[in-house]
Design a protein around this ligand. Structure first.
Ligand code: GLA
Length: 731
């Protein structure tokens, strides 16, 4: 791996064994993208684009000798604004004179070993200096004294580039950033299909693949959270790309607030991908000599299909984005009381559930919403984080003690960023909620959002939480966030700074999470936002697992978990076996199917044990036993998607350990069909030269990957599933 600057050709080449990323300076001024894709050992050409004649409707930069040259056609790394590149730009700045023209030119660069942390922001990191190299290129608009410092980190052993930009005001006056993107990548054609991860509450991360067309396509969130409607991710794939083969580019934004990914196909049929904080509801007063650090974007390239892309993200996120004691720890099998009791519980009910769970082999009990203030419905008490003694007369201490005496760990639900109007906190501090003064506030689940951009607000909640966490032996926290932002204003903040609120909120949240997770390193944090409404790489940096969806229906979960797996490793995706008829969609599926789907993630259960049949409980118990012996393989093995639930009545995926010695195939068929065509599952990720024992047969890895395994003629009835372990045999 290296980053090389070739003086003669004025070219930067970032490469490792898998990828190359090449840029060049045009006339020592403009920074152009040349090539990004699979590794090329040596590159001896210069980019031809600048020297081709273009239309007079695309002007040339001032003082440029050749009138046929235009920035409008250059694959630029730092496109400016209101000059001669009419495509989407990385910035939009208002200067003290009210104008906006900005044109960046190369000033200097530095190459260094390692990777710098991004102050106050979640980011990928390194453990050893030699894991990565970084190139920082300073681009300057000399007339404005405004700089964009472009940072590119390439990892030694990963097909990854981490990109971010630091904007610096080197002028003596304040300037206003209205848009400040993190990355711009231009590609020379548009023969791509675009994959987005879209959805809604209870339908998170559905994969949608469409041909890329000309024009500007925006994938964004204006909700104050990354949201369930759109993951801050897109992928460009060649039309012939499959799960196993073909070229794929991925762009994932390490941020949990408003974002925008703009994909523009220009009139020269080039593709621009811009990623950053959404310009909607954003502006930033950048004082003289101050910098604005953008969050980073993770570029991944694969020429081994979507599974290749996913595995690069999985390893990176697990190894160099997540942190802490639980980073590689086996995740406990939990039971959560939410769908069993909702708000209606007392100590006795809870302990009954815990007793039943212990019988089944469950390892962690999670007390969900309703344990604090006067919280008997979702209309009250958020912000009052002290125990409800009517429900739990002995307090959380006593409950935790009793749960632990039964051999289970104890976990607790919090929703720290929220406040109910009916709460002591809100009555005392009505202006602590995000709000536009004297403007009617929209309702979301009857709650408001606390203004986490303010230190004193965060401090008050932090103190309430630590008062509990310092005395109750808590092993796990479910950190929930159940509404999106509206009327985003901050009382007391200067009028000019009101539009800084949503980003300052995120910085405040990250600061809070950093402090809390550092103070309680033993606690396992699970991120939740009405399910997967804020499950993004930003949160992964603080919380190593996430509740993927409130939707626990086994059929719906196939799509949700399949979608999540595009970027997130299994150890981060929580899944629970819940009762039927399913609470979200009313479907009745058998317990084997529900177990197999939930066991394809961090396994847990959410069952009213008193209501379940002995036969079903026996299946749950056996599943827990099986999971315990295969948990490392499932949570930390390599994951391959084989058959997509978005395209068929079947779904298949497999897990295999890194040594390729042991694996398990999961196969699901949703609806039964008569006389259906026989279908084979073709494996991936095996060692082609090894023999595997599978279902009593000895088959070669080669054979299983090339020919496959017949399965679906074995099924009778709807909602069928199979769990098929396999092992390499010693030859
Ligand atoms: C959200 C979560 C659920 C549950 C409820 C409690 O909807 O996603 O799992 O915790 O809140 O109010």
């Amino acid at each position: 791996m290296a980053i090389i600057y070739n003086e003669e050709r004025q070219q930067f080449h970032l490469f490792n064994d898998e990828i190359s990323y090449i840029m060049e300076l045009i006339n020592e001024e403009y920074l152009a993208q040349v090539y990004y894709g699979r590794n090329v050992q040596t590159f001896n050409q210069r980019n031809p684009y600048p020297y081709v004649s273009r239309s007079s409707f695309s002007p040339s930069p001032a003082d440029w000798p050749d009138r046929h040259f235009t920035l409008d056609a250059i694959m630029q790394e730092a496109p400016g604004y209101d000059t001669s590149d009419y495509r989407q730009s990385i910035i939009e700045v208002t200067y003290p004179d009210g104008t906006q023209a900005t044109n960046f030119k190369y000033e200097s660069h530095v190459i260094f070993q390692g990777k710098k942390p991004l102050e106050g922001l979640p980011a990928t990191y390194i453990v050893e200096e030699d894991e990565a190299q970084t190139l920082e290129i300073t681009m300057l608009d000399a007339h404005r004294q405004f700089k964009a410092i472009l940072s590119y980190t390439i990892y030694t052993d990963r097909a990854v580039i981490a990109k971010s930009i630091r904007y610096v005001n080197a002028s003596p006056e304040t300037i206003v950033l209205n848009k400040a993107a993190s990355a711009c990548l231009d590609l020379p054609d548009y023969d791509y299909e675009l994959i987005q991860m879209t959805g809604s509450w209870a339908r998170e991360k559905h994969l949608k693949r469409d041909p890329l067309t000309m024009g500007i396509h925006t994938f964004d969130s204006k909700r104050g959270a990354s949201g369930s409607a759109q993951q801050p991710f897109i992928s460009l794939v060649r039309p012939q790309t499959t799960e196993a083969t073909g070229e794929v580019y991925g762009f994932h934004f390490v941020y949990s607030g408003n974002f925008a990914i703009e994909v523009e196909v220009d009139n020269y049929e080039q593709t621009r991908v811009l990623v950053g904080i959404n310009a909607h509801h954003f502006s930033w007063q950048l004082e003289p000599n101050q910098a604005f650090q953008t969050p980073e974007v993770i570029y991944v390239y694969s020429n081994q299909g979507l599974n290749g892309l996913s595995q690069t993200y999985h390893h990176l996120y697990r190894e160099r984005l997540a942190r802490g004691e639980h980073q590689y720890a086996e995740r406990p099998i939990l039971i959560n009381n939410w769908e069993t009791t909702y708000f209606d519980f007392n100590e006795e009910k809870i302990l009954d559930l815990v007793d039943g769970a212990k019988e089944l082999g469950v390892e962690l009990f999670v007390l969900d919403d309703g344990w604090f203030g006067k919280r008997n419905s979702d209309k009250t008490s958020l912000g009052d984080w002290f125990v409800n003694r009517e429900k739990l007369p002995g307090g959380l201490e006593q409950l935790a003690k009793k749960v632990k005496a039964r051999g289970l760990k104890f976990g607790l639900w919090f929703e720290p960023e929220m406040v109910s109007e009916a709460s002591e906190l809100y009555q005392a501090h009505p202006n602590w909620a995000l709000q536009v003064k004297d403007y009617p506030l929209s309702k979301g689940r009857d709650q408001l959002i606390l203004d986490f951009s303010r230190q004193e607000v965060r401090e008050a909640i932090f103190n309430q939480m630590t008062a509990i966490l310092d005395v109750v032996p808590i092993d796990y926290i479910k950190w929930d966030m159940n509404r999106t932002m509206t009327e985003v204003g901050s009382i007391g903040r200067d009028a000019k700074q009101q539009l800084e609120t949503s980003h300052r909120y995120m910085l405040g949240l990250y600061d809070f999470l950093e402090r809390l997770t550092t103070r309680y390193p033993h606690i396992l944090f699970e991120n939740c936002s009405s399910g997967g409404g804020r499950f993004d790489p930003g949160m992964v940096h603080y919380m190593p697992q996430s509740w993927a969806s409130d939707n626990t229906d086994a059929v719906e979960r196939l799509k949700i978990q399949y979608g999540n797996s595009l970027v997130f490793p299994t150890s981060m995706i929580c899944a629970q076996l819940s009762e039927v008829a399913n609470h979200q969609v009313g479907r009745i599926t058998n317990v084997e199917m529900r177990a197999n789907v939930a066991m394809s993630g961090n396994f847990g259960i959410m069952l009213n044990l008193a209501r379940e049949s002995q036969a079903d409980l026996a299946v749950v118990k056996a599943s827990i036993e099986w999971y315990k012996t295969h948990r490392r393989l499932i949570q930390y093995g390599d994951f391959y998607r084989l058959i997509s639930p978005f395209e068929s009545n079947e779904t298949a995926w497999l897990f295999i350990d890194q040594a390729k010695e042991e694996g398990v195939l999961f196969y699901f068929q949703i609806l039964s069909q008569a006389s259906q065509p026989l279908k084979k599952v073709k494996f991936q990720g095996l060692d082609p030269d090894s023999l595997y024992e599978i279902r009593g047969q000895i088959l070669s890895g080669d054979e299983l990957m090339a020919y496959g395994l017949y399965l679906n003629h074995e099924f009778y009835g709807d909602f069928q599933s199979k769990r098929i372990p396999f092992k390499k045999i010693n030859q």
